[in-house]
Design a protein around this ligand. Sequence first.
Ligand code: NAD
Ligand code: UFG
Length: 338
Amino acid sequence: MAILVTGGAGYIGSHTVVELLNTNRDIVVLDNLSNSSEVSLERVKKITGKTAKFYQGDILDREILRKIFAENQIDSVIHFAGLKAVGESVQKPLYYYQNNVTGSIVLVEEMLKANVNTIVFSSSATVYGDPAEIPITENCPVGGTTNPYGTSKYMVERILEDTTKAFPQFSAVVLRYFNPVGAHSSGLIGEDPNGIPNNLLPYISQVAVGKLQQLSVFGSDYDTYDGTGVRDYIHVVDLAIGHLKALEKHQDDAGFHIYNLGTGTGYSVLDMVKAFEQSNEIQVPYKLVDRRPGDIATCYSNPKKALEVLGWKTERDLNQMMKDTWNWQKNNPNGYKG
Ligand code: NAD
Ligand code: UFG
């Protein structure tokens, strides 16, 4: 039996495909390459010595989904495919809802027709909005999202929950990621953002490699220990392994299952700059500027449920995150573009 990985050529998807291939699972990837490159899958092959079967196509395209389910013995789907730029989602809400929400509906409809009854979905801590309590447990209220990207994640969660109620054989696992960073220790795969990065670690590493002049630290007057925003950064390989654990536990385990995937520790923006500098012995010039609209002060997880039920916890510390980020960046200054 094989696992279909939608969005498997992307950042988190490619790292998860490596871990899946390492456990000898048969993998089929569907990706439209709208935010990725097929080179990532060639690199996955280099790392694992194994090949994932690749279909270039869209989750909105029923024909290709039917073809994949007909040609392969798929028993579960890990669903990464989606658009993820918060700012762009404000400019192009219909595009985001179409891709992320309609795309997920089409995928689930075709899964049900093909009698494929397990899905693991990439959600985000963004569904908690400005969180009711810190650290955030899975029981915290959700839905107070402030942009179409976040709302699309919340909507898909609800759609999956309702689907498990209507189809008693259906198992949906929602994984709420905190802030994924880092790269595979080989330096062969990593995050390859288009244009100027929105996220902190890609920005820091592009400053370090000399592509950008200095980091702007968005806000130094938050109610945090040094005034800058605090987040729960998680190594992408730990995150990838979380998907394997979720699948192990909930394959054909009908119902709706939710987990936070984070470390449980919050670091500030200035902590991250200092850690990058210390781990890699390289300076990262920065300036303090105004807050970025829509940002919250503090967001970190209580990851206890994933430990208790899945037996999963993070194993890679901040130093490892920083070293692996830099190893990827310095070996691939232009990402997969060579
Ligand atoms: P990514 O952009 O690197 O990967 C997403 C992949 O999906 C890309 O390869 C893209 O080409 C593909 N894709 C997009 N729309 C598609 C479609 N309609 N059909 C087929 N393929 C499509 O992003 P990532 O960081 O690897 O994120 C993976 C998932 O995790 C996304 O759903 C994202 O929203 C979610 N997530 C990411 C973060 C983060 O900070 N990186 C945090 C929380 C949740
Ligand atoms: N930051 C800066 N300068 C930058 C970029 C970020 O100071 O150039 C700060 C932000 O203000 C924030 C922290 O660094 O305090 C982290 O910012 P990111 O953009 O890396 O991450 P966010 O926590 O804002 O957002 C991430 C994902 C979203 C997701 C959200 C909640 O990018 O997709 O987590 O899960 F919705």
